[in-house]
Design a binder for this molecule. Sequence first.
Ligand SMILES: Cc1cc2nc3c(=O)[nH]c(=O)nc-3n(C[C@H](O)[C@H](O)[C@H](O)COP(=O)(O)OP(=O)(O)OC[C@H]3O[C@@H](n4cnc5c(N)ncnc54)[C@H](O)[C@@H]3O)c2cc1C
Length: 461
Amino acid sequence: MIRSHLSRREAAKLVLAAAALSTGPLGRAEAQSLQDVWVTVIGAGIAGLGAARALADLGAKVTVLEAKPHIGGRLLTDYSLGAPFEIGAGWIHGPNGGNPVMDLAEAVGADLFVTDDDNLVVYDAAGDRVSDADLTDLDERYWEMLEEIDETLEMTDRRSLDAALKDITPSTARDPLIRWALTAFTEFSTGGPIEKLSASYYDEDDVYPGADVVLTGGYDKILAPLAAGLDIRFSTKATLVEYEQGDGAYIYADGPDGEQRFEADYVVCTAPLGALKAGQIGFDPPLPRGHRSRIEDLPMGDVTKVALKFERAFWPTDVQYFGFMTEEKGKWPYVLNYRTFTDQNILVALSFGNYAGVAEAKSDAEIWAEIKAVMQTAWDGVEDPTQMIVTRWSRDPDTLGAYSYTGVGITPDDYDDLREPVEDVVFFAGEHTYFDFHGTTHGAYMTGLWAAEAIVETADG
Ligand SMILES: Cc1cc2nc3c(=O)[nH]c(=O)nc-3n(C[C@H](O)[C@H](O)[C@H](O)COP(=O)(O)OP(=O)(O)OC[C@H]3O[C@@H](n4cnc5c(N)ncnc54)[C@H](O)[C@@H]3O)c2cc1C
C-alpha cells in the first residue's frame, strides 16, 4: 500500500475553483499542500469533480474513475435538438444567497433565464382550462393544507405524506386539483411518491432564495473548469475498494483494458445512492453497519423527462408551464415550454412519483402515444414530434434512480452520517449525503468540497 508522506508546506499556493474559494474553509490561506497524497475519486458528477478539482489544486495526485464515457453524471446536457435539453438537472434552484453553483455559472459566464412558476395554465381531465381564480385558490389551499400537516404532526410520526393528508385533511386531499399539485409540485421537487414520503421530514430540507433559473446555453458548461486537466479514466467502473486505516486503499475497476487496480491514500466515493444500494461497489472490509443501513434505508426517487421537438408550435407559446390533471397521478402532469426561452418548438413533458418508473419501462412510441392523448384533451392540431428524447434514470445502471428522497422513517442524520469518514480512508460524497440540499446540484457540489476538506484535515493529522 502507498504510504502517505504528507507535505505540510505552509501557505501552499491554492488555485481552487472560484466556487470552492467562496464556499469552504479550503479556500483559507493556511490550507496545506497535499503534494504527496494520492486520491482516487469514484464518479465524475458535480460532487466528484468538485472534490477532485479542490484536491488537485492543493497538489494531490488525483485519479477520477468514471463509469460513463463522459463527465457530468446527473448533470448532463443533450444538444441534438437545437436547444440544450437537460437530461438530468434542469434548474439552479434558488440562485441567490450564496448558492455555490451560481458561482460556477458566473465563472463560465452562463446565460441565465429566470423561469416563472406563476406563468402556468392548468387543464382539467377533460382538457378544460382551470380558471385563474381557481388556481389562486389552489395556491392558498395547497399551502394551508401542508402547513396544517406540519403543525399537527410530531417529528416522530411515521405516516407517509399521503396517509397523513388523508387522515388530517381528508376532503382537501381528495380534491383533484390538490392531487395534481401534489404530484406536479411535491413529487417533482422531492423525487419521491407521496405514498412513501415521510410526512414529518419530506419538506424539512433547506432552500436558497430566489426564483429558479435555467442555463440557456447548457447546464453542463459549468463543469468544464472543474474537470480541466484532471486525470479522468472514462468508461472505468469501480467494483471493489479494499481499505485499511493508515494504509490507504486499493481500488479495483473494470475499464476499457479489463480489470485495473489503483492505489490511493484516500478514496472519495460519489457513486449515486442507487448504485450503492445495488451493491455495485464492494468494500473490504464491509462498511460499518451505520453506513450500510443508511445506504439500504435511504430511498432513491424517480423523475422522467421527455423532450419533444415539433415542426410547429400548436400550443400557447408564451406560457411557461402547462399542467394536465391526468386521472393517474404522476402521468405527464407537467410540461415545460421551451418557446419561452428558446426559438425551438420544444416541449418537455414530465412524469413523477410511482408513474415515473412505470413510464420508463415503456417504449418511446408508447410514451408518445400517452403524452399525445393527454395533450389532445386540451389542444387541437397536436402533431407527432420530429425528435424525441426520453430519460430513463431508474434504468441507468450507474445511477438507478433520479435523486434521493426522505422516505417514511428517514431523518436528516440518515443523510448526513453518510459523510462520516470510514477508517479515515473512504469519504462519501454526493447528493445523498447532505440532508439540507439533497437532490440538488449545489448540495452535491458542497459535499464534494467537504470531502476534499475532510481529506486535508485528515492528511494534516
Ligand atoms: C431528472 C433529474 C432532474 C433533476 N433536476 C434538478 C434540478 O433541476 N436542479 C438541481 O439542482 N438538481 C436536479 N437534479 C439532481 C442533481 O442532478 C443531482 O443531485 C446531482 O447532479 C448529483 O450529483 P452527484 O455528483 O452526487 O452524482 P452524479 O451526478 O450521479 O455523479 C455520480 C457519477 O458516478 C458515476 N458512477 C456510478 N457508479 C460508478 C462506479 N462504480 N465507478 C465509477 N463511476 C461510477 C456515475 O456514472 C456518475 O457520473 C435532477 C436529477 C435528475 C436525475
